[in-house]
Design a protein around this ligand. Structure first.
Ligand code: ZN
Length: 243
């Protein structure tokens, strides 16, 4: 199967529309979402309504659960918490019910999919090989796809050692037999690797090839909406820097 795997849309409808158009033109057999549909951005309902009909499977992210008041925002930074409080006031009943229905992990066709990590599907960030190792030990998966950090990444377990590998856009990554992988396709709606373009992951299960896709979108439009609805200006500004 050919999968489009996207994550961390964060209520950014302009980024989602560009990504969805690109995905649909490639005709994947399944589209998966690794959580954080909402939070930070100005279009929580629009994003869920746009994405939901296309998604074959999705898991909940920490911002989704925080918006449902199922996760304490005490650990969120003040700007993220302010955006969650705004989101709580604006979620429609249907969108709330959809987010409530999301599982914490899924296993599409033999691989594992979570928002954060295998050890802690909702809250743990995998930024380095040491943290990745704990997830490799937690479950015998061959491949696990994650989101949450908003930073594209590849972690490889080979002969008992975990290393981080580069993951440049548009360069197909062949998964080797005998190795195990954790892949992060970055964030659609709030990239944090210094590249403001929307990111998602393309995965060909038959060929065992993963490709990172980056796409420009009208981020000024999103920033304008964020200011209009009264979200913290800093959250709008960071979209331009990809931080
Ligand atoms: Zn996120």
């Amino acid at each position: 199967m050919r999968y489009a795997i996207l994550s961390d849309v964060h209520s950014n409808l302009e980024a989602l529309e560009v990504v969805l158009k690109d995905i649909l033109a490639r005709r994947p057999e399944a589209i998966l979402c690794l959580g954080d549909f909402v939070g930070y951005g100005p279009d929580p309902n629009g994003v869920v309504e746009e994405l939901r009909p296309h998604v074959a499977g999705a898991v909940a992210g920490n911002h989704d659960l925080a918006a449902l008041s199922e996760l304490d925002i005490g650990t969120f930074n003040p700007l993220a918490a302010a955006a969650i409080l705004w989101t709580r006031d604006h979620l429609s009943e249907q969108v709330r019910a959809y987010l409530q229905s999301l599982p914490r992990q899924m296993t599409p066709d033999g691989f594992l999919a979570v928002h954060g990590s295998v050890r802690d599907p909702v809250e743990e960030y995998i930024f380095d090989p040491e943290t990745a190792e704990a997830s490799f030990q937690a479950s015998p998966f061959r491949l696990c796809v994650v989101g949450h950090t908003h930073v594209p990444a590849v972690f490889v377990l080979d002969g008992g050692r975990v290393t981080a590998a580069p993951f440049p856009p548009d360069r197909p990554l062949q998964l080797d037999e005998g190795r195990r992988y954790i892949l992060n396709g970055g964030s659609v709606g709030q990239p944090r690797d210094g590249d403001p373009r929307a990111a998602y992951l393309w995965f060909d299960g038959e060929a065992q090839v993963a490709t990172l896709i980056r796409l420009e979108y009208q981020l000024e439009q999103t920033q304008k909406k964020m200011m209009e609805v009264g979200l913290p200006p800093m959250l709008a500004e960071r979209l331009a820097f990809g931080r």
